[in-house]
Design a protein around this ligand. Sequence first.
Ligand code: ADP
Ligand code: MG
Length: 627
Amino acid sequence: MTAFVALLARNRLALAGGVVLVCVVLLALAVPVLPLADPDVTNTAQRFQPPLSPGALLGTDHLGRDLLSRLLWGTRLSLAVGFAAAIAAATIGAAIGIVAGFYGGRTDNIIMRGVDMLMAFPYILLALAIVAALGPGLFNALIAVAAVNVPFFARNIRGITVGIAHKEFVDAARLAGLSNRRIILSEILPNVIPVIVIAMSTTIGWMILETAGLSFLGLGSQPPQADLGSMLGEARSALITNPHTSIVPGVMILIIVMSINLLGDGVRDALDPRLKSGALSRPMAATRVDRAQTPPPPSGAGLLEVAALETQFHVRNRVYRAVGGVDLHVRKGECLGIIGESGSGKSVTALSIMGLVASPPGVITGGAAYYDGHDLIGAPYGRLRDIRGRSVSYIFQDPLSTLHPLYRVGDQLIEAIRAHRPIGRAAGRAKAVELLRAVRIPNPEKRITDFPHEMSGGMRQRVGIAMALANDPDVIIADEPTTALDVTVQAQVLTILDDLRRSRGLAIIFITHDFGVVAQLCDRVGVMYAGRIVEEGLTSDILRAPRHPYTARLMACVPELGAGKRRLEAIPGLPPVVDNLPQGCAFADRCQQVQAACRRAGIPLERHGTHAVRCLYPVPQSQEATP
Ligand code: ADP
Ligand code: MG
């Protein structure tokens, strides 16, 4: 709730609308105790007094009645009728919509066809007809306005309910034996209330206008009772000679409707979870870069070199340090493994290199990513675009979400090729078939016309690999490309990558959480924890004798086939949340060898030859890590 108010308050216009509306409502509530003249007492001797006359701040109308008093009483009445109509329409409409959407089938059909019939009439005409049938009067105008708005709510809420009624949690509630009434009250209603509030906040202003419209025509409030619409209607004949009598109620209607609409838009933005998460804000074409310090120069250690990279997520007033100073490099023909628990920052590191972290909320706050000696971070977008997919390409984790569901895989491959090379469609097609064959998709000439959903998970992943290879890149960054695959397909995919590395001199950064994969494919491996590399070295060294307690414990979690029974040592506790990292070693709370010094200050990555470890008390080298 406080988050909602804070979110609403960030929207200046909505805040202004809210403040104005609160003032108007307070004023309307206070009317009976204010020292106002009687709004209905006529005094024809004093008719059409201009504003600021003695005893009549806003002047008087054609019967000499005090306009200020009539305005405030009228506002009170108009607000009350508008809100009452909105609440009535929302309640009845939502109830109809929920029942229709939840029960579906014939119930839905009958109810919604009735609603459609109501909607088929022009609503003002319908409102007029209802008032004509019931007789003029404010209460009947309220009924008419509510009735013509019911279909709008019913349709809206029915659509939402249909979506929710088929969700798994509703099925679960049904299987748990809850009655339909309980399901509607405890599962459906809480999920549609935000939609009801949003729909209401954007239509209340409209309903106040409609009520005023009916009163203006003489069908709403009856003389001498004032509401904003009837005041306007009575002032009509004096519009030219005494315009203030029209302007006063007109301005009040404008103020009320404007403030309600501004507030309503703000409420909608704050309540809609999709808007709240920023999912609808389009990310920038490259991650935002905001580096305070100049990055270290390239050491020339590899084709791709990441130096002191820091990437953060700025979400409202929180800062998530997803990557906190990562150094790594990969040479031509080399495979570097990056391993770590999920959430350790592997993907964000990989995405930062090419500026692919979504901004907002992502910001690269430090470091550099040198490709061939040139920094990619903060590079002009044209250059990034040129390199992306051609020199450095990615294989993403989930092939179903990276392939476009509505295009044939062949067309997507051809598009990837033609994005970087001016070749014709036929040549592109030939190249696509060749790529599919390279990743061992059987019968590629036929499979090229498949849609992604017609392929199995392993096949799609191979299409993803083929796409990454489409432009003969120098570096491939593979983000857990085999996690969704079964072991036989995984072995095939790894073999393909390994062959390419040997035949084309491809440099691979391979992200995984599987030591088996690392052992099979990688020359070197970096272990990540809480956004930093905690150990790095040759794969053989690390697998034989890990030095960081975290690596050792991570390896102790891996079962060995054929090694007999032993206890698998799960690591107790959870990785720290990266918006609140401890001062010292991030692993301290889960480490068995922890000492007081570990918590005091940040621990540097100490390098001995090819092996680097970020630990004050590393596991002694003679001791075997796995018992
Ligand atoms: P993994 O090692 O599993 O690939 P990630 O690199 O995806 O982990 O995530 C690293 C950290 O960044 C996680 O703690 C995650 O919570 C955080 N993170 C990722 N994306 C966002 C985001 N959009 N907003 C806030 N935090 C994020
Ligand atoms: Mg990941």
